[in-house]
Design a protein around this ligand. Structure first.
Ligand SMILES: Cc1cc2nc3c(=O)[nH]c(=O)nc-3n(C[C@H](O)[C@H](O)[C@H](O)COP(=O)(O)OP(=O)(O)OC[C@H]3O[C@@H](n4cnc5c(N)ncnc54)[C@H](O)[C@@H]3O)c2cc1C
Length: 419
């Protein structure tokens, strides 16, 4: 079978890229290592997920699902005091202002099935091992299927959507860690833990713990809550390496979290991930483009990952389609794509830096700059592709705002130089 594009990885970024390309009539193969449904972290959506999901025809299906409705994000101080929630509908007069907390096993399965229905050929239990290059241009991948048989897939464009495994980024040595954002997360699940009443039932809660760490508290279907703590690795591991001991020690440090989980019963394992933020040195090379976490991963405090995966998938698919039409799939065709995705990431990254700055508090910031609430909320809902300079100029009075990272551009050197 001849393909126009091969998508490696069937998470939200890969499924979206594949669905959009298939909707444009392109022949697409999706190679996914796992058999879905599979577990994944990253359960809280941003309102702006609505638009890429709408484009690939997913909104009615998600509306019909049992995913809790999320109207807001709320913050809890280290003393356990709840702030006034940021209700998205106060800022955005669109049904997108209500979003969802998703069980990723189901959500990702729905997206992958959708890509299949749109015409993509989805192959599961197959692991991409190597990029195939001809004269310096990527022309496909070598992959190994469940029975250990090596198969080759060829197409003018390969899309790396392998998430934090970052298949091609690792092989190319392109992974550049964020100089400051170096936290890890420990998390687990509770059944029957307290949910706030009414509109706040499905809210994401971000609860601070001392040492500039924080908890997420995300209500899921079937009375389950996802609870995780994020902080510096050295701090979390300072007294014990046992995940349960670490997690429960931190729970006791925030009264709100302690009270909320005490009504429920913890179940399943305690999980951990090093979640160092990174961005690839390049967004593309000749014949290949990166999407989602395979391109960049940002600290998850503002739940931006799935949105960036969906949106980058959508943007990359448009760029790939145009490149195929032009008969030119060189790295430079993805310059505007890379710049746009990096612009969105930078907006969120500046907010994440402020969040971790000991001198910054949302409350004090908005007391001094009340007219910035709209801009701040835009960031929090995922309306990231706009000019945030006024917001961050104001924020710089409280916290150092990082300069944008220069990398994430196409690899455009001559093939001979690359070799
Ligand atoms: C602790 C933590 C909490 C988070 N919380 C949130 C949150 O609340 N909200 C949010 O929006 N985001 C959150 N995120 C981020 C979110 O999980 C990711 O941004 C999102 O899953 C990225 O989607 P993706 O499609 O790029 O990658 P993934 O969802 O990781 O999908 C990649 C797919 O590629 C497959 N794959 C990998 N290697 C290969 C290979 N060699 N061959 C074939 N297939 C392969 C994998 O099996 C996987 O299915 C969180 C992340 C972490 C670490």
């Amino acid at each position: 079978m001849n393909y126009d594009a091969i998508v490696v990885g069937g998470g939200p970024a890969g499924s979206t890229t594949a669905a959009v390309l298939a909707m444009k009539g392109r022949r697409v193969a999706v190679l996914e290592r796992e058999k879905f449904p599979r577990y994944h972290i990253g359960e809280s959506l941003l309102p702006y997920c609505y638009f890429p999901l709408e484009r690939i025809g997913m909104i009615d299906r998600i509306k019909a699902s049992h995913f809790p409705k999320k109207y807001s994000v709320q913050f809890v101080s280290t003393e356990g005091k709840l702030s006034v929630p940021f209700y998205f509908f106060q800022h955005m007069k669109h049904e997108a202002s209500m979003t969802w907390q998703v069980l990723r096993s189901e959500f990702d399965q729905m997206l992958l099935d959708n890509a299949r229905e749109k015409g993509a050929e989805v192959i599961e239990r197959i692991t991409a091992r190597e990029l195939i290059r001809r004269d310096g241009t990527v022309t496909g991948v070598k992959a190994v299927d469940a029975s250990g048989v090596e198969r080759e897939f060829h197409a003018p464009v390969t899309i790396d959507a392998t998430g934090r495994d970052a298949f091609s980024v690792s092989r190319n040595g392109w992974k550049l860690r964020d100089p400051y954002l170096n936290k890890i997360a420990v998390w687990t699940y509770y059944k029957g833990a307290t949910r706030d009443p009414g509109l706040d039932e499905g809210a994401t809660t971000v609860a601070f713990v001392p040492e500039k760490g924080w908890f997420w508290y995300i209500p899921l279907p079937d009375d389950v809550v996802s609870v995780g703590v994020v902080a510096e690795k050295d701090y979390l591991y300072s007294e014990s390496r046992d995940l349960e001991t670490i997690f429960q020690r931190e729970v006791r440090k925030n009264k709100w979290v302690e009270d909320h989980v005490s009504a429920g019963k913890q179940f399943g394992e305690y999980r951990v991930t090093g979640e160092y933020s990174y961005r690839s040195r390049h967004c593309s090379e000749d014949g290949m483009v990166l999407v989602g976490d395979a391109f960049a991963f940002l600290d998850p405090v503002f739940s931006s990952g799935v949105f960036l995966a969906l949106r980058s998938g959508e943007l990359a698919a448009d760029a790939v389609d145009a490149a195929l039409t032009a008969g030119d799939v060189s790295a430079g065709r993805f310059r505007a794509y890379g710049a746009e995705v990096c612009e969105g990431i930078e907006a969120m990254r500046r907010l994440v830096y402020a969040f971790y700055n000991a001198n910054f508090s949302f409350k004090e910031f908005l007391t001094e700059f009340p007219d910035m609430k709209g801009e701040l909320t835009d960031c929090l809902i995922g309306n990231l592709f706009k000019d945030f300079d006024p917001l961050f100029a104001a924020m710089a009075k409280f916290a150092a705002v990082p300069a944008p990272l220069a990398h994430g551009t196409p690899l455009e050197a001559a093939p001979a130089l690359r070799a």
